[in-house]
Design a protein around this ligand. Structure first.
Ligand SMILES: [Mg+2]
Length: 484
């Protein structure tokens, strides 16, 4: 289990609302989960209509079709929902940040590598042999492993890798829920499409490795919890499947800490009651667990019996896509500011094109060297994810906002108010021109997909050349933050 996952979703991905990961998003619940949920009391499922269109947009029409057929099958039968056995795939990127750093710098391969500031965010498997783990203070890590290489990290690069991997997951699963370095994929109803699931997931792993050089560990199970747990037993670069009938035997002797939702505090309480394994936890009634841990107690009661009905929540339309950075040196140079803004706008627009969405609102925020921050947002006439359209507005905002005679420390752009992009959205009066521009940017995206974002630079962003370090993923920004 990687550090970054726990950082992204404290308390376990099951309960945590989607936190940082790619974006905060408006969840769309899958129809395929509705039948399972229908067994539970509470409000019915929703949002079925949005999903097939989304899957078709991503080119995932086939798995989506299978899921639709499965959902339709469940809906038949006198209105009594028949729950199809669920099949969940958990994909976890191995030693995520550290693995990317080792790939970027061959000198780091085979060496203990830590990414983090203050505490370990991620560490390589070589570092883990010294007892290092995510969340450990760097001071302790240095003591345990003085030869470890400690890096600040390159969040924006990690995001690019994660998005490339998740895009490949979407090709095999009609619904996926992503976190910083892990994804839950609902494969329910796709068995006939994929045939041998193990082979299909094996092919996904090969695809990920070929495209990114990274390894992922995959677990397949009848629910999220079991899929993740079985994956943990074969890390790194593993692939394992657990069937529902084997869940009991698999769970009974596992330490309680491995159960989703059992953190240090819960484990201490349970161990003080002489409960050490998942099987032993079953001795406690639902009422007792609820008294001990509130609503989480009820979940633990179910989970220690191998039950987890949490659905996969697609998080398709983000609330915002942000790209921001600090300058390597505070600057009052207009050319540098505008160059950086153009670069950030280009990255944010590309991210929204990849998701097939177009923002209506553009915000620019500035951080001055003396700590003061200003920001302002404005809407486009029509939603657009085409760089020049967004940039025009962003530059106007920068012009309005940068009024003080103080150097800038940081700069960022945030896109929001997304709508699904149907073709391109230029002005109504220059549709043909807008279409041409959209085709051009799609071609750019194709080239960047193949050769890295850094191979194409345009306009003002060219002024950054020579001022900033670069790699295949683009300029190496100083403190790129994750998308908010
Ligand atoms: Mg991981």
């Amino acid at each position: 289990m990687s550090s970054s996952a726990s950082a992204a979703a404290p308390g376990g991905a099951h309960d945590a609302p989607p936190s940082s990961a790619t974006n905060r998003t408006a969840p769309v619940e899958r129809e395929a989960c509705a039948a399972v949920r229908a067994e539970e009391p509470g409000p019915g499922a929703r949002g079925g209509a949005a999903r097939p269109a989304a899957a078709a947009r991503r080119g995932g029409a086939s798995p989506a079709g299978a899921a639709r057929r499965a959902a339709a099958g469940r809906a038949r039968g006198d209105g009594a929902p028949r729950a199809l056995p669920r099949t969940l795939l958990h994909v976890d990127i191995d030693a995520f940040f550290a693995a990317i750093e080792q790939q970027r710098n061959p000198h780091l391969r085979g060496r203990p590598v830590i990414v983090g500031a203050g505490v370990i965010a991620s560490c390589s498997y070589e570092a883990r042999r010294f007892g290092l783990r995510a969340g450990m203070p760097l001071s302790e890590a240095r003591r345990l492993c003085p030869e470890a290489v400690i890096l600040d990290g390159h969040a924006q690069v990690y995001r690019c890798f994660a998005e490339a991997i998740f895009e490949r997951c979407r090709r095999v699963a009609p619904a996926i829920e992503t976190y910083l370095d892990e994804a839950y994929c609902d494969l329910t109803g796709t068995e006939r499409l994929h045939g041998d699931l193990i082979a299909a997931v094996g092919a996904l792993k090969d695809d990920v490795r070929a495209a990114t050089g990274l390894t992922v560990t995959c677990g397949i199970g009848p629910n999220r919890m079991l899929a993740k747990l079985i994956g943990k037993t074969v890390k790194p670069d593993g692939l394992a499947r657990i069937e529902a009938r084997d869940a009991d035997a698999f769970l009974v002797d596992r330490p309680i800490e491995q159960l989703a939702g059992v953190g240090h505090a819960y484990a201490r309480t349970l161990r003080s009651m002489n409960l050490r394994t998942v099987g032993e936890l079953r001795a406690l009634s639902a009422e007792v667990l609820e008294r001990l841990f509130g609503a989480n107690g009820r979940l633990l009661y179910e989970r220690c019996r191998g039950r987890d009905t949490a659905p996969v929540l697609e998080r398709e339309i983000p609330l915002t896509i942000s790209r921001e950075t600090s300058f390597h040196r505070d600057t009052a140079d207009r050319v540098e500011m505008e160059g950086m803004l153009e670069y950030l706008v280009g990255r944010a627009c590309r991210a929204s094109r990849e998701l097939g969405i177009a923002p209506r609102t553009v915000a620019v925020h500035l951080r001055y060297a003396d700590g003061e921050s200003v920001d302002q947002a404005r809407s486009l006439r029509l939603p657009s994810h085409t760089d020049p359209v967004v940039l025009e507005l962003a530059l106007a905002l920068l012009g309005k906002l940068f009024t003080r005679r103080v150097a800038l420390h940081g700069l960022g752009v945030t896109l929001s108010g997304f709508e699904r992009a149907a073709g391109d959205q230029g002005s109504l009066f220059d549709e043909r021109e807008a279409g041409r521009r959209a085709a051009l940017y799609r071609a750019f995206d194709g080239v960047r997909e193949a050769y890295g974002h850094g191979v194409l630079k345009s306009g003002r962003a060219l002024h950054l050349q020579g001022r900033l370090e670069e790699d295949r993923h683009g300029f190496v920004l100083r403190t790129p933050s994750l998308t908010k």
